[in-house]
Design a binder for this molecule. Structure first.
Ligand code: FES
Length: 134
């Protein structure tokens, strides 16, 4: 058994919660595989404007509930110098606390010093599950 803190189990950053019922779904495409996370395990995403950082399969994800039926998934590692960004519901921007870069909900840079967009993972909200293609 691995002594890794996270192993292959999902990890909710800062919350200490376990997702437990994470499912891996077959993927239609060759690239990536789909992971289904029950919305019931993501309290922060139950209302529009909520966000949460979680770790799934050793990848850190920033999930943002941007609409009643939509969710977005980002690699929250800033493309400037690798600080972890966070979503600000007040102005609907993703901001880096280190040097002030800002990104829109398509991951595009709207304020530097970062010059490259955030990596985005396809995500959808289906039957009370957040499905992310990693
Ligand atoms: S690490 Fe994000 S702006 Fe510098």
């Amino acid at each position: 058994m691995s002594s890794s803190t996270f192993g292959r189990r999902p990890f909710l950053v800062g919350s200490g919660l376990s997702l437990g019922a994470l499912l891996t779904l077959p993927s239609a495409g060759a690239a990536g595989s789909k992971v289904a996370i029950p919305l019931a395990k993501l309290e922060a995403l139950k209302s529009v404007g909520g966000s949460i950082a979680i770790k799934v399969r050793d990848k850190l994800l920033l999930l943002v509930r941007d609409g009643a039926t939509t969710v977005r998934a980002f690699n929250p590692v800033c493309t400037h110098r690798q600080c972890v960004v966070a979503f600000n519901a007040g102005d609907k921007k993703i901001k880096c606390p280190c040097h002030g870069s800002q990104f829109d909900l398509d991951g595009r840079v709207i304020h530097g010093p970062a010059s490259r967009p955030l990596e985005i993972y396809p995500a959808e909200l289906v039957n009370e599950q957040v499905i992310v293609t990693l």
